[in-house]
Design a protein around this ligand. Structure first.
Ligand SMILES: [Zn+2]
Length: 116
């Protein structure tokens, strides 16, 4: 797989983000936005906090919840939906599988272009 370099720019200060450790990816509605660590702190204190997610998509907590959601989602795929609520169970399954999908998108869009 090719992971050629592509610059990632902070949406708060428009400067290039150099390191994966300085990157915070935030989810706002259906979009993912890259921030510097410090810029994310500033943005979440200001009025952008109304639309910004409280939890970074690329944090440790997010990694754990994505792994857990993926596990639950895969288990749900193999359970007969008629036994546990029909259509509602399918909707729950899709929502649960969106969590690791968002985490993957964050990696695919930004993190793979940055060095450690
Ligand atoms: Zn910045």
């Amino acid at each position: 797989m090719s992971t050629s370099k592509r610059p990632v720019y902070c949406v708060h200060c428009n400067a290039e983000i150099e390191s994966r450790y300085d990157l915070v990816v935030s989810q706002s509605f259906l979009s993912l936005y890259p921030y510097h660590n410090s810029c994310y702190s500033e943005a979440i204190k200001g009025c952008q906090s109304i639309v910004l997610g409280d939890h970074p998509v690329n944090g440790t907590a997010s990694n754990w919840s994505s792994g857990f959601a993926l596990l639950i989602g895969i288990i749900l795929l193999f359970i007969s939906k008629d036994n546990i609520g029909g259509v509602a169970a399918w909707v729950l399954n899709v929502v649960v599988l969106l969590v690791p999908l968002v985490r993957f998108c964050s990696w695919y869009m930004y993190e793979r272009y940055l060095d450690k």
